[in-house]
Write a protein that binds this ligand. Sequence first.
Ligand code: SF4
Ligand code: SF4
Ligand code: SF4
Length: 196
Amino acid sequence: MTEQKEKKVEEIKKEAEAMKKCPVNKALYYIEEFLAGPMCGKCFPCEMGCYEARIRLKKLTEGQGSEADLFALKRIANEMLLSSRCKRGKDSAQFILEWMGTDIYKEHIEGICRDKECTALIEYRIIPENCAICGLCADACKYNAVLGEKKKTYKSGYQPFEIRRKRCVKCGECIKVCPTGAIVIVDVKVKETVGV
Ligand code: SF4
Ligand code: SF4
Ligand code: SF4
């Protein structure tokens, strides 16, 4: 039985690595899956640590994280590493700690997800001068989040297409079809600072 649960932990790690690019998002995915499955709740450091780590990681991915959350995450993971009763808890702590020595967690506090994956921290935008007014992005968007009228050769005066922030769910479908690379992903906070 324990062997099976440990196998599951390895599977979750692989899934997190394959499905998420951002290390904070990877850790959040891992913890949520671990809580939903192999975490048995038999010892306090692992059980409480995972619940608290989940809250702190979620705050970071949602742009609400602070230095206090980073500090708490390190404390939680170190406590789990030291006091968890089995390998599953210790492995989980290691998975959280793995990326904490880099700048990536800290950058999330500053509003930057370098993998452009944490949706609360990013925004899709169309660079007007690169837009060919072809309308492919609007056709690809299921959320009616792209505004614009396709160019007709016999008419003039068309405006570049625009993404409506409030409707955009950041699914990334528009970027895949844009033939001119006019759609970019920007950091919300950085954009606010420099006024992009
Ligand atoms: S460390 Fe092991 S025994 Fe303790 S709650 Fe986690 S999975 Fe259960
Ligand atoms: S797909 Fe690209 S070029 Fe075409 S309208 Fe959209 S942003 Fe402009
Ligand atoms: S990211 Fe998705 S929801 Fe947003 S404009 Fe592009 S296709 Fe539409």
